[in-house]
Every structure is written in C-alpha cells, then in structure tokens.
Design a protein around this ligand. Structure first.
Ligand code: HEC
Length: 127
C-alpha cells in the first residue's frame, strides 16, 4: 500500500529541489550589486598598486589624507565623482604611484593595461 505513494511524493520532492536549485537571480538584484561595488577589475588594480598607501590605516599620512579607498567606497556619489576627477589627473600626469616610490619598487608601476583600466573607470560616471 505504502509504495503507491512513494513514487509520486519522490517526484514532487524532486521537482521542488530542482526549482530551488535552478532559481535565477532577478536582473535587478544583479544591477544593485554592481552599483554597490567598484568593478572587480578596477578593485584588483587598486588593491595591488594604490591601496597600500591610500587606506585608513596607512602609515603614509600624506597619501592617506589625500585619498582613502576605504572611505571612498562608503562616500557619497558626488564626493566619489570629485575623487575620480583627481585620480584621472594623477594618472594622466603619471604622478601615481609616486616616482620616488617606484625607484625602490619598480614592480609597483602600473602596466599599460592597468593604467587603461583605471583611466576608463575614473572617466566614467559609475562607481
Ligand atoms: C608609495 C605610496 C603611494 C602609492 C603606491 C600611491 N600613492 Fe597616491 N599619493 C601618495 C602620496 C604621498 C600622496 C600625496 C602627494 C602630495 O600631497 O604631494 C598621494 C596623492 C594621491 C592623490 C591626490 C592628488 C591630489 O593632488 O589631490 C590621488 C588622487 C592619488 N594619490 C591616487 C593614487 C592612485 C590612483 C594610485 C595607484 C595607481 C596611488 N595613488 C598610489 C602616495 C601613494
């Protein structure tokens, strides 16, 4: 007797499981996530080439005062746009990372691809 119910209920369970695992994330949620964070490729360059001097705990007081990436992420859009303007300036003039620093650490220099990534991003209006 019991067996007759086993198969249908297994089928229903299977269906529920299938629906649960294949559920796609709505597009709006994806967009939201992208807006909340800097693009991953930009972040990767910043982490490697800029963040060391420009973060809330940096011992480089001058660098920290001018730009703190930790604060940047949390700051308002208008402030971010202003900061991005500054970033574009230093990239165009080749002032960052500082020349003095690169004398001791040439591998800290931005590659052409990295420079292009940061330039494109700092020109865009998105975060
Ligand atoms: C070795 C430490 C160091 C690294 C690495 C570094 N910076 Fe800086 N940054 C500084 C210092 C120091 C200042 C302040 C310079 C001054 O006041 O003359 C500064 C200033 C700045 C400013 C402000 C300029 C202004 O005039 O307001 C921006 C923007 C900036 N850096 C962006 C970057 C970016 C983007 C990178 C990565 C590509 C980077 N920095 C990497 C140390 C660093």
């Amino acid at each position: 007797m019991k067996r007759r119910f086993l198969l249908p209920s297994l089928a229903i369970l299977g269906l529920l499981f299938f629906q649960g695992t294949t559920k796609t994330i709505p597009v709006s949620e994806n967009l939201h996530v992208e807006e909340a964070d800097m693009p991953a490729n930009v972040k990767a360059v910043v982490d490697q080439k800029c963040y060391g001097c420009h973060n809330a705990a940096s011992k480089n007081e001058k660098g920290k005062a001018k730009l703190d990436w930790d604060a940047f992420e949390a700051s308002k859009r208008a402030k971010q746009l202003a900061t991005k303007g500054k970033i574009l300036e230093v990239l165009e003039s080749g002032d960052m990372p500082p020349k003095k620093f690169l004398e001791n650490k040439p591998e800290g220099k931005l590659s052409e691809a990295e420079l292009a990534t940061l330039m494109d991003w700092s020109k865009s209006k998105k975060k």
